[in-house]
Write a protein that binds this ligand. Sequence first.
Ligand code: FAD
Length: 219
Amino acid sequence: MSTLDAVPTALIVHAHPEPHSFSTAQMTTATQALREAGYRVDVLDLYADGWAPVLDRHEFPPVDGPFKPQVEQMRAVKDATLDAAVRAHLDRLLAADLLVLSFPMWWFSLPAILKGWIDRVFVMGGVFGGDHGLFGDAALGGKRAMLLLTTGGSSESFQPGGRFGPMNEFLFHIHRGMLEFVGFQVLDPVVTYGPAHMTGQQRTAALDAVRKSVALIAR
Ligand SMILES: Cc1cc2nc3c(=O)[nH]c(=O)nc-3n(C[C@H](O)[C@H](O)[C@H](O)COP(=O)(O)OP(=O)(O)OC[C@H]3O[C@@H](n4cnc5c(N)ncnc54)[C@H](O)[C@@H]3O)c2cc1C
């Protein structure tokens, strides 16, 4: 919980290029469910906000010699020279008790814009490394995170022995390599499989299932 007040804060970072997509409807449903459960919800809509996902030397003060991204991140935290957009997003991340990453599965992973948000905002020296450790000793220890996603593939295809294989194997690099790495306790993902192949009635039921799953998590 935030130290400022007793109201927990959720940060939803959403990455879908279409405001009328199912993924965006799912994010809106999750937002409502969290608000109903008493959360203050902060939504970062990366496409709508025109987030620039590429980490490069231009967001840092000029350096002599080779550009080493994590060295510059550490220096920028220490010298308070982080890029203003990164600093603002990092502050919103640090203020959240629950992080929700909302996205359609692309190439069995995150859309590039969301991966680029992690690249730029999970700053070395800010959320891990420097004064912080890794995993349980990282800056976001004690906070929770979850993935909220849609797929093209069916639920059956993501079962053990299915055409693709177990969903959790695809999500491992995000769960362990990004979220747990910076200290989060990772919750079970909320997944809607193949919304494009559903009837209207099935989609309505799927959004209701999302609402119930998120409400359970928020308790
Ligand atoms: C680059 C790329 C890579 C991909 N890689 C993979 C992969 O590795 N694995 C995989 O499984 N899939 C993959 N896909 C497919 C992708 O995951 C799915 O297309 C996506 O997750 C479907 O979600 P959506 O929100 O985009 O669906 P949409 O097509 O936006 O929505 C589905 C339907 O729901 C309707 N809808 C919208 N809002 C509502 C509402 N409020 N109520 C009811 N219905 C609504 C829409 O009108 C639409 O008819 C990939 C796609 C791309 C573009």
